[in-house]
Design a protein around this ligand. Structure first.
Ligand code: HEM
Length: 406
């Protein structure tokens, strides 16, 4: 795409409609793009993004004090450093790995089956709105130990919190709405935290309430922030990845047939979905000193956005990067869910996603359930595919037809 760098804007409608059309232009012509309206720098090359995410001295997560803390009601994991980060990260990881993970997978199956039951006989469902979104919130509620009957109101408050974090420009009215959502979520959590302190169970909220850091229990504010952190971090990327996985497979019927025949390939299909269309498209950092990329100086104090979608399609990192190929030799399924991942969909470095193993188990479990049930799966007649989001991005809906299950 040949466009004068002076005319390009990350905030333009053109970019929002299809950022993937612009990534090669950005990587090749403007690898350091300055967006004057929000005074931020956007980096698109794989090596530059990896450097920002790995060099914790030069690039801090201080941006989150403004971008996340107001709606998380306290400091989130990604803002922490050193021993505090290691200790609190461990508590969260424990809820998503080992025996806890096995328990969660059973709950994932039960949740999926319950939500699918009324949809299957219809022969049509919107995988995003009928299933993926409620499913992801329900799974997060189970992990945290919150009541399933509260799903709709928690989902509504969560969407305000997510809007705050992921908006590059927010009107004062929307900002007020997001803050109200965060306040209501905090008020809802207050008595739950009190109760778990008195009578802990085996859920994540109890784990946070009973854990000690330097011999001192975490304050209600810290526990609240970590709960909202996990709720926000775990739901949106998971439901978007599920819908994107099905979109890629439907668009590549040969690969869909292979995955149907051999569900062991689902891990590779999920990893390739994350590489090709990462649901988290931007990761913000603050430059702590002047740094030079491709001859351009990013000044100390500047906000830097890592463009994950562009980095994951950098031909310097992946051959034929715009092709969806579950057999690509340069990805590596097992590696893709670890710190050694070449794709950057989970970030990289100290703040790499804590939920990688959980996300894989959640998506593999539910996709393995859905594939045999959705026989002859195809887009519904007249369905028009549309994606939205600059910060997190995914399908607005995915209307699918399949053979009704009697
Ligand atoms: C496909 C699903 C997922 C994707 C693509 C994803 C993506 C990411 C990314 C890009 C980051 C790095 C943010 C940064 O460097 O600032 C991150 C961090 C994080 N993710 Fe995930 N995530 C997913 C699922 C989950 C799940 C299921 C959980 C549940 C625990 C989770 C919890 C977190 C937390 C708590 C952090 C902050 C970690 C830290 O700063 O130490 N994520 N995730």
């Amino acid at each position: 795409m040949h466009v004068s760098p002076a005319r390009f804007s990350v905030l333009s409608e053109d970019f929002a409609a299809d950022p993937y059309r612009w990534f090669a232009h950005l990587r090749e012509q403007v690898p350091v793009h300055h967006e004057p309206a929000i005074d931020s720098y956007f980096l698109s090359r794989h090596q530059d993004v990896k450097r920002v995410l790995s060099d914790h001295e030069a690039f801090s997560t201080e941006t989150l004090q403004v971008r996340a803390e107001p709606v998380m009601r306290g400091p989130v994991l990604a803002q922490m450093t050193g021993a505090e980060h290691t200790a609190k990260r461990k508590i969260v990881v424990r809820a998503f790995t080992g025996p806890a993970l096995e328990r969660q997978v059973r709950a994932i199956r039960a949740n999926a089956a319950e939500l699918l039951a009324p949809l299957l006989s219809r022969g049509r469902m919107d995988l995003v709105n009928d299933f993926g979104k409620p499913f992801a919130v329900q799974v997060a509620l189970d992990v945290l130990g919150l009541e399933r009957r509260d799903r709709q109101r928690v989902a509504a408050w969560h969407s305000g919190v997510a809007e705050f974090i992921t908006s590059l420009t927010l009107t004062p009215e929307r900002r007020r709405h997001c803050m109200e959502c965060a306040e209501q979520l905090e008020a809802y959590l207050r008595p739950v935290i009190e109760e778990r302190r008195r009578d802990p169970g085996d859920d994540l909220i109890s784990g946070l309430c009973t854990a000690e850091f330097d011999g001192v229990a975490m304050s209600d504010r810290d526990v609240t922030a970590l709960i909202i952190n996990v709720l926000a971090a775990s739901t949106e990327p998971a439901d978007k990845t599920l819908a994107l996985l099905f979109k890629h497979l439907i668009d590549h019927p040969g690969q869909l047939a292979q995955v149907r025949r051999d569900p062991e390939l689902l891990g590779a299909a999920i990893a390739e979905t994350l590489r090709c269309t990462p649901p988290v498209q931007l990761i913000p950092r603050r430059a702590e000193r002047d740094c030079v990329f491709a001859g351009v100086t990013v000044p100390a104090g500047a906000t830097v956005f890592c463009m994950i979608g562009a980095a994951n399609r950098d031909p310097g990192a992946f051959a034929a990067p715009d092709t969806f190929d579950i057999h690509r030799p340069d990805l590596g399924t097992a590696r893709s869910f670890t710190a050694a991942a070449e794709h950057l969909a989970f970030g990289s470095g100290l703040h790499q996603c804590v939920g990688t193993a959980f996300a894989r188990a959640e998506l593999e479990t539910v996709a393995a359930m859905l594939l045999p049930l959705l026989d002859e799966v195809r887009y519904s007649p007249g369905f028009r595919y549309r994606e939205a989001g600059l910060y997190t991005r995914g399908p607005l809906s995915l209307s699918l037809d399949f053979t009704p299950v009697r």
